[in-house]
Ligand binder design. Structure first.
Ligand code: BV8
Length: 243
């Protein structure tokens, strides 16, 4: 395995996808038993789908949100390893997650961006007011900001919508010393293009995944296996390189 010659003064940016939550019991999207194997993106994860059939979209997100509560979904060793790195790395770490679950914050990650939004928040289509939302959502719900009924939607980024905090993310990618991509298939842009941005700098790029992603060839270092094994091991190697 190539030595990790990374300056501890430079920040680390970590991108995570559904694979990091798999061993906590949540489905991924594109694995054979994944979410997109039983429902079409066009029917539940675009603004047009919400316009056309809001009840079907609410049902899709209500079912996934309920899972988080009913199955007592907890962070796993990979989430906790990233918290350990955040506490140990002198240059700091930013976790950019594509996931809408709250497992990174439950594990204790502080410096975190949900680029595709959060399951447990609702946003009003009429006034953009955002509120925490734990239970089911429907077209009967009223926005506490503007009083409008029927305009509340999950505060997530659908296909065709602009991901959140892209300026912050791009700035972090261009200024980091190490980019680590964990548990993502590299299918969804702009997240799948982050490694391309990093390759324009002197930063190292590492892929930690169950299997090679679509963008595997763009990474300097790749380690494959379950996130709860490869992520803690990689974090321990990084911290050992500080000594
Ligand atoms: C946008 C919502 C414009 C919430 C999601 C080129 C450039 C720009 C855009 C596009 C482009 N080409 C196409 C587009 C449009 C589109 C897109 O990418 N389409 C794809 C299908 C081709 N992109 C968009 O519309 C985006 N918006 O582009 O706006 C723009 C562009 C730039 C700057 C400003 C504006 C919006 C995309 C967001 C869509 N919303 N989620 C929700 O319902 O959850 S995306 C959805 O996919 C989730 O967020 C998910 O996280 C994400 C990515 O999937 P992965 O996380 O990678 O999950 P997947 O199942 O695919 O892979 C899991 C991986 O884990 C696998 O590799 C597996 O091997 C691994 N794994 C499994 N088990 C384990 C494991 N690894 C480790 N351990 C394990 N145990």
């Amino acid at each position: 395995m190539a030595p990790l010659s990374i300056s501890p003064d430079h920040p680390v940016v970590v991108l995570t996808g559904a694979g990091i939550s798999k061993e906590s019991g949540l489905s991924t999207f594109r694995d054979k038993d994944g979410i997109w194997s039983s429902v079409r993106i066009e029917d539940v994860a675009t603004p047009e789908a919400f316009q056309r059939n809001p009840d079907a979209v609410h049902d899709f997100y209500n079912k996934r949100r309920r899972l988080l509560t009913e199955q007592h979904v907890e962070p796993n060793a990979a989430h906790y390893a990233l918290v350990k790195l955040e506490l140990a790395w002198p240059g700091g770490i930013l976790v950019v997650t594509q996931n809408v679950d709250s497992l990174h914050e439950q594990a204790g990650s502080q410096n975190l961006i949900h680029m595709h939004g959060r399951h447990r928040e609702a946003r009003c289509n009429a006034c953009d007011h955002v509120v925490a939302w734990k239970g089911d959502m429907s077209t009967e719900d009223v926005c506490e900001g503007c009083g409008e009924r029927g305009g509340l939607r999950p505060n997530v980024v659908w296909f065709g919508e602009t991901p959140m905090d892209m300026d912050l993310i791009e700035e972090a990618l261009l200024g980091c010393g190490l980019f680590v991509s964990i548990g993502t298939s590299g299918n969804v842009y702009p997240a799948a293009g982050f490694v391309e941005l990093v390759r324009k700098t002197h930063a190292r790029a590492v892929e930690l995944n169950l299997e090679p992603s679509q963008g595997a060839a763009r990474f300097d270092i790749t380690r494959y296996g379950p996130a709860t094994e490869v992520v803690p091991a990689f974090v321990d190697d990084l911290i050992a390189s500080l000594e």
